[in-house]
Design a protein around this ligand. Structure first.
Ligand code: FPP
Length: 275
């Protein structure tokens, strides 16, 4: 049993009950990855500018992170800023970067008290210096925490991740460190920015779009998808529980057949069926 952290001490009785229902109703995904979408539309619906949606989105980040920690999820990866997001208007990018710095400053102590470790993937060197410094500071503060790893995908894209891995593999092959025969599925995984992290079991996308949007392209091969119309700023723990209930009902076969299906078919029967 995990020791009680800050967030546990303020948790409502009703939520504790709901969480134990989620835990007892099936397996809890080890790794959840989320495409947080709909901040702009959420703000527009309220007659506000897009940055209000991003600001309210930070509240969802906190709520989902803490409920994942309580449920026993070990890795949570959030798509916070994609490579393509650099094409947005300059004022929105500036606002988002400042919001990131402020949020990291404000949440650092809370993350630490909740035994949550912060990490990041993506082209971190493209972020403003203030962002890079703040990220480093919180990573350093939380580096020994082990209840949950919260990974922010920043200036990230799946194709960038794979391209970088391919470059490194090509270099290692050219230098004779590995042979081409050693380039296996697992080997490629070990060159990605998510090496040492299990592939996501569940991927959630908010705002009702049916797209992967260049997120963890390699790592999502066998992830279960949950898509909800809810905009990210409204996506809170009760809906996370719905996503996990849905995940628990899935039959994950990894391309195989259902467990226990062992009936043998003779060659004669096969030939008869296919002819
Ligand atoms: C997508 O909504 C959201 C983003 C591009 C940014 C997500 C960032 C946050 C929630 C804040 C980050 C803060 C931390 C601490 C991680 P959208 O703008 O694409 O919405 P739209 O599709 O309705 O336009």
């Amino acid at each position: 049993m995990e020791p009680l952290t800050l967030t546990d001490q303020t948790q409502s009785e009703e939520d504790k009950k709901l969480q134990s229902e989620v835990i007892s109703s099936g397996s809890i995904p080890k790794h959840i990855a989320i495409i947080m979408d709909g901040n702009g539309r959420w703000a527009k619906d309220k007659g506000n500018i897009r940055l209000f949606g991003h600001k309210e989105g930070v509240e969802s980040v906190r709520d989902i992170t803490e409920s994942c920690a309580q449920l026993g999820v070990k890795h949570l990866t959030l798509y916070a800023f994609s490579t393509e997001n650099w094409n947005r208007p300059e004022d929105e990018i500036n606002g988002l970067m400042k919001l990131l710095v402020n949020s990291l400053k404000k949440e650092a102590d809370r993350l630490n008290k909740n035994n949550i470790k912060l990490s990041s993937i993506g082209q971190i060197n493209r972020l403003p210096a203030s962002c890079q410094r703040q990220l480093e500071e919180v990573k350093e503060l939380t580096k020994d925490n082990d209840r949950l790893e919260l990974c922010l995908a920043l200036s990230y894209s799946g194709r960038w991740d794979i391209t970088e891995a391919v470059k490194k593999i090509a270099l290692d092959v050219a230098e004779g460190k590995i042979s081409p025969d050693e380039v296996t599925d697992d080997k490629i995984g070990s060159y990605l920015s998510t090496a040492n992290v299990p592939d996501p079991d569940l991927i959630i996308r908010t705002s009702g779009e049916y797209r992967i949007s260049n997120f963890l392209l390699w790592q999502l091969a066998y992830s279960e998808l949950y898509i909800t119309k809810t905009y990210w700023p409204d996506f809170r723990r009760n809906e996370l529980y719905q996503a996990i209930f849905s995940y628990q009902k899935r039959d994950r076969r990894y391309g195989n057949v259902k467990n226990g299906y062992t009936k043998k078919i003779s060659a004669a029967v096969i030939n008869k069926i296919i002819s």
